[in-house]
Design a protein around this ligand. Structure first.
Ligand SMILES: Cc1ncc(COP(=O)(O)O)c(C=O)c1O
Length: 388
């Protein structure tokens, strides 16, 4: 029967859905069936579906200041911002809050264009940066084709694995005119579009080109952030990268409240000391989101959290390595994020076997919650292996 609401990213008649009446630990349940959450839903439920610390923090906050009021100064806002920024391997960054990753990208694009007084933003041919018009303009994804955006907004760059030394990267940027490019927007590690871990030489070339031509570097850490790839930020794998903007969302609240943010360096924050920041949202720095973020940051300081996360990462790495080259399968894995391609499994088959994980452009993307117990993860992966 037709539903009174839409399903995202699909023909409504063909929507592949699952019934749900409750969640339990790391499982979605309906009557006596259950599905294991092997993708952290859409890469956001890092801390499980029933995290007591996060829920309690939210409940407590509702009693104190339940609504956003962007102009107000309050302790929680100050403390959480300081704490989040202290996770960075850089100093003198500042945070702008949003309610999603797309809005984080939108605001980074707006600021980069405003500060540089340039229009165009470069990004990878195969990438995902969001679903709003601005973030779509830098997204390289087949679902983009029906949405019109001005051509002068974005320049698409060949994928780094096809150009490991960054030769085409440099040619494309120099042929277009580097002084016309406001920013390069990059997923530090490609998320749902294939878990591509970019070659270091390519990333070094990108960083060098950005500095040489005054192009801002926007790192999209919407998927990578909050320990998805191991360290808190994906960029920590590449210490030579010097971003101007870092966009976070998803895991920073574990999915318990919609929140994203843009971290900006001193050059950007200095500009806005004397120039109007023409960016803002009604629900800017929402206290409930801040409370969830604070709870997440506390969890990420627990030794037990990291012991569990590391155990899972090691297991996932070994498991994907063993699958590699078996029956034409290729895998890529970094931290708690993995892609499996070269199989012929369908989404329905995964669901039928109790696995909740997406198949995007033919790839199974695995992103288990970081708090999942190792035996639960082993059981889930055993089932995926059985289907493969
Ligand atoms: C890398 C990346 N950037 C940005 C976004 C957009 O985030 P949101 O869906 O919260 O707007 C996503 C969403 O999947 C993403 O994967």
């Amino acid at each position: 029967m037709e539903k009174p609401y839409y399903f995202t990213w699909t023909k409504q008649k063909e929507a592949l859905t699952l019934p749900l009446d409750k969640v339990e630990d790391h499982y979605f349940c309906y009557k006596n069936k259950k599905w294991i959450n092997l993708s952290s839903i859409s890469y956001q439920s890092h801390f499980g579906l029933q995290n007591k610390a996060i829920t309690k923090a939210i409940q407590k906050q509702i009693e104190v200041i339940p609504m956003a009021s962007p102009k107000h100064i309050f302790d929680l806002k100050e403390k959480v911002s300081q704490k989040l920024l202290s996770k960075l391997p850089f100093s003198n960054f500042k945070v702008f809050y949003t309610l999603s990753g797309s809005e984080g990208i939108e605001n980074a694009l707006k600021m980069a264009r405003q500060v540089s007084q340039r229009k165009l933003v470069a990004s990878l041919e195969n990438s995902y940066h969001g679903a709003t018009m601005g973030s779509l303009s830098v997204t390289g994804d087949w679902r983009n084709k029906d949405h019109i955006h001005p051509r002068q907004w974005s320049l698409k760059i060949p994928m780094p694995y096809e150009d490991p030394e960054g030769i085409k990267l440099q040619e494309t940027i120099e042929a277009y005119g580097p002084k016309k490019i406001a920013a390069f927007c990059l997923e530090t590690v490609t998320g749902g579009n294939g878990v591509f871990i970019h070659p270091k030489a390519w990333l070094k070339k990108l960083n060098w080109l950005c500095k040489k031509y005054g192009i801002f570097l926007i790192l999209d850490e919407v998927v990578c952030g909050a320990h998805r790839t191991g360290p808190f930020f994906g960029l920590e794998h590449f210490p030579f990268l010097k971003p101007d903007f870092i966009v976070l969302a998803k895991g920073i609240t574990g999915g318990y409240f919609p929140m994203g943010c843009v971290l900006t360096n001193k050059r950007i924050s200095q500009y806005y000391q004397d120039n109007t920041l023409s960016c803002g949202l009604t629900n800017y720095a929402h206290p409930i989101g801040l409370a969830a973020l604070q709870a997440v940051l506390k969890i990420t300081e627990l030794k037990s959290f990291h012991i569990n996360r590391k155990k899972n990462e090691d297991y996932l790495k070994e498991w994907t390595k063993n699958l590699n080259n078996k029956a034409g399968i290729t895998t890529r894995c970094i931290g708690s994020l993995a892609a499996i391609e070269g199989h012929n499994i369908t989404q329905q088959e995964l669901y039928d076997h109790g696995i909740y994980a997406p198949i995007q452009s033919g790839r199974i993307i695995l992103a288990p919650p970081l708090t999942m117990k190792i035996n639960t993860l082993k059981n889930g992966l055993k089932m995926v292996e059985k289907i493969l």
